[in-house]
Design a protein around this ligand. Structure first.
Ligand SMILES: NC(=O)c1ccc[n+]([C@@H]2O[C@H](COP(=O)([O-])OP(=O)(O)OC[C@H]3O[C@@H](n4cnc5c(N)ncnc54)[C@H](OP(=O)(O)O)[C@@H]3O)[C@@H](O)[C@H]2O)c1
Length: 271
């Protein structure tokens, strides 16, 4: 079954980064067949296999773009494909982590985490969002952005210090951007899952098993799609991270209040 918020029309075209596996692949599988998909990741063969399986749905069209988002040329290639497809949904999902004590892991891994989790997301949004907003105004259809944060973005996390800090950046940035664009026809959501059953931990260097309360990637993707247009921040947790819910509600509300008071102060000065 395809998932989409009841308040929004199904997207016409969506870019999903990090679509080759895990939560990104689950987003691709959850979107309705009428949505053209632009899927990107570094591993071309995995993307091609996913494209073939998705295109077996009647009417579904998929473009696969293999690119390294941490590389400016790769980022440019993805932005171009997204603009050509005239996407109205951007899911900035690709991410990586580096597990272990900060000083014990190579500096290059920490920098790569910042490049992918922060710089690539800023680059994508700055390049793609302006045209998405213009099209949304012209077509009278709301555009959407889902930024993949993490419950780790709410708290400092030892052994995942760099990763948690990048997700704190994304959380703050997305909430502020959503408030800035509140009068535009675009919904921005920062989806913040807790532990999810993917290969993420293994890639980050975590040797342990999946946590017992880890969620399924399909559930995470469907909850995020349903929340788009309904809230700015979505905490998706089935473990102890549920305790963070009041913080998630308060910060999302505060971003809106702050924008309104700043707008009010600017208007008062103009008078
Ligand atoms: N799993 C969890 O417990 C969890 C919890 C909270 C938040 N999240 C967030 O959810 C998002 C997806 O994570 P996941 O669990 O699905 O991880 P995953 O299974 O490791 O998938 C990561 C995806 O990102 C792509 N990717 C990695 N480096 C890339 C690069 N340099 N350029 C382009 N694409 C790149 C990977 O494809 P290639 O390797 O083919 O490039 C893959 O498709 C991430 O932002 C993660 O931080 C995950």
């Amino acid at each position: 079954m395809a998932y989409c918020s009841a308040r929004r029309k199904p997207p016409r075209a969506a870019l999903i980064t990090g679509a080759s596996r895990g939560i990104g692949k689950a987003f691709a599988q959850a979107l309705p067949p009428a949505t053209h998909l632009v899927l990107t990741a570094r591993s071309g063969p995995d993307l091609d296999a996913l494209r073939a399986s998705l295109e077996s749905d009647a009417g579904r069209t998929v473009t696969a773009v293999d690119a390294d988002l941490a590389d400016p040329a790769g980022l440019e290639k993805v932005c171009q494909a997204a603009n050509e497809a005239e996407i109205d949904l951007l899911i900035a999902n690709a991410g990586m982590g580096v597990y272990g004590r900060f000083l014990d892991r190579p500096a290059g891994k920490h920098r790569a985490t910042v490049d992918l989790n922060i710089n690539a997301v800023l680059g994508l949004l700055h390049s793609i969002l302006p045209d998405m907003v213009v099209r949304a105004r012209e077509n009278r259809r709301r555009a959407g952005v889902i930024v993949m944060g993490s419950s780790a973005g709410f708290v400092p996390v030892p052994n995942l210090a760099t990763y948690a800090a990048t997700k704190a950046f994304l959380l703050s940035f997305s909430e502020a951007l959503s408030a800035e664009l509140a009068t535009e026809p675009v919904d921005i959501l920062c989806a913040c899952p807790g532990a999810t059953r993917t290969g993420f931990g293994r890639s980050a260097g975590f040797q342990g098993d999946q946590l017992p309360f880890a969620m399924e990637p399909g559930d995470v993707a469907r909850k995020a799609l349903r929340a788009l247009g309904r809230r700015r921040t979505l905490l998706i947790e089935s473990g102890p991270g549920k305790l963070l819910q009041p913080a998630a509600d308060a910060r999302s509300l505060f971003a809106g209040l702050l924008r309104r008071s700043l707008d009010g102060a600017t208007a008062a000065r103009r008078r």
